[in-house]
Write a protein that binds this ligand. Structure first.
Ligand code: FE
Length: 188
């Protein structure tokens, strides 16, 4: 795969269709400046400010952009809120669509065929492999990302975090909890 990508990049560069420097900037940006901390701040704000949570539910793209998180693969966002009786989990069954602007680049397993197929066939089994066991009464809803729409899971706010600052709350929000393959860390 790496060799094929290199070959394609070389041809496109030779034809003048691609500027390697531009690719470097994009990769560097998403490797070092954009990552799950962005999403964690969105979640912490939604936990703390009911008005922001409402906005995030209604128009996630605009609510997220208000924090400055915009750009590639984040053009059309939808936030899905976990509830006691429903857990949300995100996959891209076709390829690897992922909300870069809030989560950075996708983990390798997210792009792997086993995750993509099994997340929809056996979400509970996949969750167990991530160490997550939910009560049987909790429904699991799986959202299939597309090039048009990317999802951000808003995990349940952990108990015992009343009065916490958004910064402290954001530390509990893991990348996996925003994909739905994990839960937010406990307050302890
Ligand atoms: Fe995709």
């Amino acid at each position: 795969m790496a060799a094929r990508v290199r070959a394609l990049e070389t041809i496109l560069t030779q034809k003048g269709l691609l500027d390697p420097a531009a690719i470097d900037v994009i990769v560097e940006t998403y490797e070092t400046r954009v990552g799950p901390r962005n999403g964690a701040r969105v979640v912490a704000k939604a936990w703390s400010e009911p008005e922001f949570a409402d906005w995030l539910k209604r128009d996630a793209t605009a609510a997220i952009a208000s924090l400055g998180y915009t750009g590639r693969q984040g053009e059309h966002m939808q936030a899905v809120f976990n509830m006691q009786d429903q857990h949300n989990m995100v996959v891209c069954t076709l390829c690897s669509c992922y909300p870069w602007s809030v989560l950075g680049l996708p983990p390798v397993w997210y792009k792997s065929p086993p995750y993509r197929s099994r997340a929809v066939i056996d979400p509970r089994g996949v969750l167990a492999e991530f160490g997550v066991t939910l009560p049987v009464e909790t429904k699991i809803r799986v959202w299939d990302s597309t090039a048009e729409l990317r999802y951000l899971v808003v995990p349940l706010r952990p108990a015992g975090t009343e009065g916490w600052s958004q910064e402290k709350l954001a530390d509990l929000v893991t990348r996996d909890s925003m994909i739905g393959t994990g839960l937010a860390k406990e307050a302890a």
